[in-house]
Ligand binder design. Sequence first.
Ligand SMILES: Cc1cc2nc3c(=O)[nH]c(=O)nc-3n(C[C@H](O)[C@H](O)[C@H](O)COP(=O)(O)OP(=O)(O)OC[C@H]3O[C@@H](n4cnc5c(N)ncnc54)[C@H](O)[C@@H]3O)c2cc1C
Length: 451
Amino acid sequence: MAKNQRISATDRAARIPSIVIVGGGAGGLHLATRLADTVGRRGLADIVLVDRYPTHFWKPLLHEAASGHRDPASHTIEYAAQARLYGFRFVQGELQRVDRTRRVVTLGAVLDGDGAPVLPERELPYDELVLAVGSVTNFFNVPGAAEHALPLENLGQAEDFRRKFLAACMKADHQAQANPTLPVQRIFINVIGAGATGVELAAALRQAVAPLTKYRFRSLIAERDVCIRLIEGAPRILPALHERVSDQALAQLRRMNIEVSTGVRISEVTHDAIMTATGDRLSADMTIWAAGVAGPAMLKQIGDIALNRSNQVIVTDTLQTPDDPHIYAFGDCAACRLEGRGILPPRAQVAHQQALYLGRAFARRLSGKDVSAFKFHDAGTVVSFGQAGAVYQIDFGSRARSLIVDGLVAIGLYKFLYRKHLFGLHGTKRTLLQSLGDWLQSHNRPTVKLH
Ligand SMILES: Cc1cc2nc3c(=O)[nH]c(=O)nc-3n(C[C@H](O)[C@H](O)[C@H](O)COP(=O)(O)OP(=O)(O)OC[C@H]3O[C@@H](n4cnc5c(N)ncnc54)[C@H](O)[C@@H]3O)c2cc1C
């Protein structure tokens, strides 16, 4: 559509409504697939998915991509292929503005690798707009953190981290070979934030070092030459989970030779160190920030939509914005407060349940039926230590009535989460085929990517 062209009420009434979903992540891609397969197939609505990238990678696997345990090439889903299979339209572009009066979103120009424009800035009309743009790293204004610490928000950043990690190993290995009489220059990796993401990342990195030194950097000794530190500001790691889970995780991480510090506030990050509030300086070849998330800054600029202090879109229990019932938001970018629960946490299971809910809600609205409020059913939290195991916690009403499980059950549950995500997108046959492919590949190559 040409820029600034008006969409009249008659134009809108003459065609089926357009549901535009912005963000094809853990929640948005599920919603687009489900809606296309239901109301889209019945000709009740035109389903459009917008994402700034052409492919989807499930965010909870990012730490496995960053450590090299997961080859992204085998785990990305092309939006265009999914769109063709299920019957929605895919439009690549980054959301920049929302014009609520004209019900039009503006997407930024798409550029090639050299920065030359491929697609110009465009407008896309909507009848119902769903924001599912996820979250970004919250550096909490710590000086130097945004400049020198690496975030882990998307596949590009995970790959960037992995390349830097390999380069640091290559350099230390070369120096050890060139000067065998001198002590090896140790590599220091600091992970800031010991929530589930930080813990899983630290464990995955530790497990990546041994195969790297075995196959490629043979002058390095994994445990001695690569130091992984996990630093948490709260008095214990995994502060959102039960104390028993924290204790179990701490013992496991220490067995894996990961240095864990709690109650440590970071006051500054530089290119080669982190400073603590008590004045300590810790060397850093790489610092990864996993200490919290916020809604993307872009949400402030897109239009007159109410946000909370974490920059998330405020939504009601039907996931609509209070000021405009034609705008919905869910997943990490939304602040959905449910009675007795507070604001739902930024987790894949929240985004997934909200996608299922919105799929049903749109179908009911389009058939002229009432829609009830969204209800969240907590299926528990599982934290993985890679090959070293996992721990799972589920609360029955309160923290005092929690079930905590480890061992094979917890490992199985962790693996099941990704299969469940694939099952929702691909159905049984393709999920089984992909699982078989993964299993065959895992028996045919080293456990981590070596380049
Ligand atoms: C390393 C790691 C491990 C995790 N592990 C777990 C776990 O074990 N369990 C769990 O429940 N949760 C986990 N999470 C959290 C989980 O990944 C998120 O809660 C979940 O992905 C949120 O889904 P979403 O759909 O809201 O956003 P996302 O999955 O982040 O998707 C957002 C999408 O929006 C697109 N987008 C962003 N901005 C724009 C724009 N301006 N225009 C167009 N497109 C845009 C992005 O490209 C992306 O495709 C983990 C997160 C990380 C980083």
